[in-house]
Design a protein around this ligand. Structure first.
Ligand code: OXD
Ligand code: MN
Length: 602
């Protein structure tokens, strides 16, 4: 077998900042004994280390340096074509009992799985360097912040972790020397990047993750989906907080009134776009700022409000479709210091993807490394190609992104990609109904995970692939949080993707989503009204600002229409989904379902 990751030999002063925490040292030695690396590289997150690693990564062909004038500080990585997305079928939750993982997760018995993984990892890093990456998730001075260590044999993972987390000595300091301190153990090895030997395993009771056989971000940046969501959600339930697949944005009115909103959408439904929204001209003086684009950790504040932090330090966004038209702030963010994966490379060292501004290049190198022209049948960039970029690059980064106590959340928004049934926006009647709206969320599938694209699948609170324990227990946890909040956020459901009879999207989306956000904020401030429908409260025409928008009344009526035949099917599908979740479903949610079903029974 070719060695995919030949060992590197750092000069003195690089790769030797060994922490002093005994449990970390013991664990690293244990993994080294198993995997037999040629050497161990202790990362400190410094510039010097970063520059040196970038040089090595280029030398090994792991990254290609882009044109410095067009893309300063930026690089391209190509993953193995068999390894371009999250693999839910190989993602396991290994809890002592199957019931703890619940019916929505792939469960495996922990002891057996450790044995199997240890077998796969035995000698796996021979001839390779074993990197030890300390990192924290969360602002440095937050009580929610968690420490993790990721061991990996992939230099691409190290470079990505430096963007996506606060990495290096900051984590070693935070951990200190207390042997009882909580920290996550993550082990990753590329092995031979073979789908037959690919497993992403979580051991929530041990606060441990082992990922083998993949080099794709979502499977191997163990900080993100693995720690911040799967292990995070398990810890959150135990410790009384929420770890959610949500963006966090701030909205400030021209008068200086500010609200924060957290929103859960399934993968590749425009979370990054929404988090960086630019209000249309009509909303002069309004400002939208980003706290996070993918994950929110939330806890109850002393004033009974919900407070959120973004545990990440960067954005790992889907590239195709990103342009100065669709998301100018994302484009500005990726103008420099960006690590791209699986986009196309132009002959002058620039990057290109479908949906980028301007015409396609006459010729370029596609994501697989093959010559591409506009006549080619294949896409030049993989549909799930990504950028990893420091959040500091975001021109609309919220000023309170580092605030340890978090930002107060006024509204929670759930949403999915639905061609029909779901209105543009509705407000839930109360917390329990809001939890129901989240629990029954569904979306048409996208390229973020392997599998068929375009099928409606239930994705409760966008957490189906990310909840580290039993989904019914997860709903119960949500239901229990509500009454503990003296000032709970209001809950809404949105759908930007409803299509008209001509099969075209009816709502323009992007910046115009500000209009929906405005109604949400009005509701939070006790202003504008709404009309009660069977499924929730929707704005009446006089409550919804359409000034300077070219859209017909008829289209707006369609966008807000509640069609009994569609809803009968929806209620039925929701009930089928609940049945798959087993006996433990909270009674309150079944009661919500029965109430809704009764409204459409006639
Ligand atoms: C992501 C995802 O990469 O949700 O954020 O798949
Ligand atoms: Mn995501």
């Amino acid at each position: 077998m070719d060695n995919l990751a030949p060992a590197i030999s750092p000069p003195g002063g690089i790769g030797d900042s060994k922490p002093s925490h005994q449990a970390v040292l013991d664990w690293v030695q244990e993994v080294a004994r198993l995997t037999e690396p040629e050497n161990i590289f202790w990362c400190d997150g410094s510039e010097k280390e970063h520059d040196w690693l970038l040089g090595e990564a280029q030398r090994q062909g792991v990254v290609i340096k882009l044109n410095e004038e067009k893309n300063p500080g930026s690089y391209l990585h190509r993953s193995n074509p068999n390894d371009v997305a999250r693999v839910e079928q190989f993602t396991l939750i290994c809890t002592p009992t199957q019931e703890e993982a619940g019916p929505t997760n792939n469960w495996a018995e922990p002891a057996e799985t450790y044995t199997k993984l240890h077998g796969m990892l035995a000698g796996a890093m021979r001839g390779r360097t074993m990197f030890v990456v300390p990192y924290i998730m969360g602002p440095p001075d937050s009580s929610l912040t968690k420490v993790g260590f990721e061991i990996t044999d992939s230099i691409y993972v190290v470079l990505s972790m430096r963007i996506m987390t606060r990495m290096g000595s900051i984590a070693v300091k935070r951990l200190g020397t207390d042997v009882e301190a909580e920290w996550n153990r993550g082990v990753h090895s590329l092995l031979d990047v073979n789908p037959d030997r690919r497993l992403i395993c979580h051991f929530p009771q041990d606060n441990a993750i082992i990922s083998v056989g993949s080099g794709y971000g979502g499977n191997v940046l163990l900080s993100k989906k693995c720690l911040a969501l799967r292990i995070g959600s398990y810890l959150a339930r135990k410790q009384g907080w929420l770890a959610e697949h949500m963006l966090i944005l701030g909205v400030e009115s021209p008068e200086g009134r500010k609200h924060y909103v957290a929103a859960a959408f399934p993968s590749a439904c425009g979370k990054t776009n929404f988090a960086m929204l630019i209000p249309p001209a009509h909303f002069k003086g309004w400002k939208v700022t980003t706290v996070g684009d993918d994950i929110a950790w939330m806890q109850i504040g002393q004033d009974g409000r919900l407070y959120a932090v973004n545990p990440e330090n960067g954005y790992f966004g889907v590239v195709p479709g990103t342009s100065y038209k669709s998301n100018p702030n994302a484009m500005k963010s990726i103008e420099r210091d960006t690590l791209y994966t699986n986009v196309a490379l132009t002959d002058d060292g620039d990057v290109w993807w479908e949906g980028k501004d301007g015409p396609p290049p006459a010729s370029c190198i596609d994501w697989r490394g093959n010559r591409w022209t506009p006549e080619s049948k294949e896409k030049a960039a993989h549909p799930n190609s990504r950028f990893a970029v420091p959040m500091r690059n975001n021109p609309v980064l919220d000023a309170d992104v580092e605030k340890g106590s978090g930002v107060p959340i006024s509204a929670i928004i759930f949403g999915g990609r639905r061609s029909d049934t779901m209105p543009l926006v509705f407000q839930a009647f109360d917390w329990t109904h809001g939890v129901y709206a989240g629990a029954t969320m569904a979306s048409e599938t996208t390229a973020a995970a392997t599998g068929a694209v375009g099928q409606v699948r239930r994705d409760p609170m966008a957490m189906l692939p990310f909840c580290g324990y039993n989904m019914s227990q997860y709903f119960r946890h949500w239901l229990e949080i509500g009454p503990r909040l003296a000032n709970p956020p209001l809950i809404f459901h949105v759908n930007w993707f409803r299509k008209g009879p001509d099969g075209k999207f009816m709502w323009p989306g992007f910046g115009e989503n500000m209009r929906v956000l405005k109604w949400v904020l009005d509701r939070c401030e006790g202003g504008r009204g709404g009309a009660e429908t069977e499924v929730g409260i929707i704005p009446r025409p006089e409550d919804f600002d359409l000034a300077e928008l070219d859209i017909t009344r008829e289209t707006m009526r369609e966008l807000f229409s509640i069609k009994p035949d569609e809803w009968k099917k929806e209620v039925e599908a929701q009930s089928e989904f609940f049945k798959t979740l087993g006996q433990d479903m909270p009674r309150e949610l079944n009661a919500q379902h029965d109430k809704l079903a009764a409204k459409f029974a006639k």
